[in-house]
Design a protein around this ligand. Sequence first.
Ligand code: 9YW
Length: 433
Amino acid sequence: MGAADVLRGNDIGTMVTAAPALYPHMWSWDAAFISIGLAHLGVERAGQEIRTLLAAQWADGMIPHIVYGDRGGYFPGPGRWGTAELSSAAPSAPLTSGICQPPVHAIAVGRILEVARRGSEADRLAGEQLVRDCWDSLYRWHAWLSEYRDPSGTGLIGVVHGWESGMDNSPRWDRPYSAVVPGPDLPSYVRLDRELVRDGAERPTDVEYDRYLWLIEEMRRASYDPAKVYDTCSFLVADVFVSAIFAVASDVLADLGSDFGAPASEVADLRMWAARSRAAVAASCSPETGLARDFDRRTNTWIDVETLAGFAPLISGGLSPDAERALLDELHGPRWAGHPSLVAKVPPTVSPDSEGFKSREYWRGPQWPVVSWLFGWAHARHGYAAESERLRAETLKLVGDGAFSEYYEPVTGEALGSRKQSWTAAVILDWLD
Ligand code: 9YW
């Protein structure tokens, strides 16, 4: 089965589910990557994916992290969130979760446009129409992040749940999560993921899940009012990887805006947000390791845990040429992507040399093809063509088993998590182009 078949197989009409069994709904950042893959099968269908996601955008501008389709099959489902009952900003159709995910959407629209412009006249027109149709919604999304997740204008965008980072159980979050203490009134629940991924070591633990769900309770109590959530939620971390994505996606959106005649003041906002976040990501780098760091806003401390997110400045740019070269060499060097024990020379989520490295455990070590694509895209954008090509070639080697897995064991190359994961198939389609 090829990558295109995976996407077609997971397509339930207006959405391609993130995975056939484990994730039978639409996830925000997955949808963006999936739309890039879909562009290679038809620009109209790619645009449809973005439109489905944006149709679920909240009235205040937030793009929710899950848009639920008609089927159940995932916990937590819409009932656990209760967003439509509790928040006047949330849509009641479709039902959504109450948090967000990394803002990669403008990057996706930019990439779809590139693909469209190389295709037929109809493709080109469809790509350009997509930009016109979604620019304003994407601007409002970026404005929401700036207003509600960085209210003092530091440039670092806050997340109020590890799920918002997309890297759910990364060791980056261990310390902030240790301060999340589930109350005795946490409603009971049954996990469904453990039925589908039999090896418990590949998924977050039950202790982690209790905390994930307790944060939902806290947000319910704040009625998902973004200012109240920011002030009261027991987890609030300025996320350097989300901030880097926000910076570069704001650049892309600003460029699209100037090409397509968007209001000059909005384009200027985007350029200001991009510059501010780029500078803040660069300034977060540890003087010892050179890696960028998250900042725990509840305890006002830097989080000095080394993970792949520390390479965030390679996504957003803005380091001095020497510092950038050093960080690039570190990423591709023997502690990370070039580690001698790895089957494929793509970055693991945690270095095998780190204490916290767990080779099978989700965001604590495995390699995620979609993250490699993002670094490859950023390398190409910032002029590192050879490194970009290496990530492409090495990831293709990794996924040569045809499983299109969610993540891979770095030392053995074993496929882990869900099979036929849509975003894995999507980035492979883009890379095979
Ligand atoms: C979960 C869908 C999502 C991704 C996240 C990833 C995982 C959901 O799957 O979270 O239940 O664990 O961590 O980044 O969007 O692919």
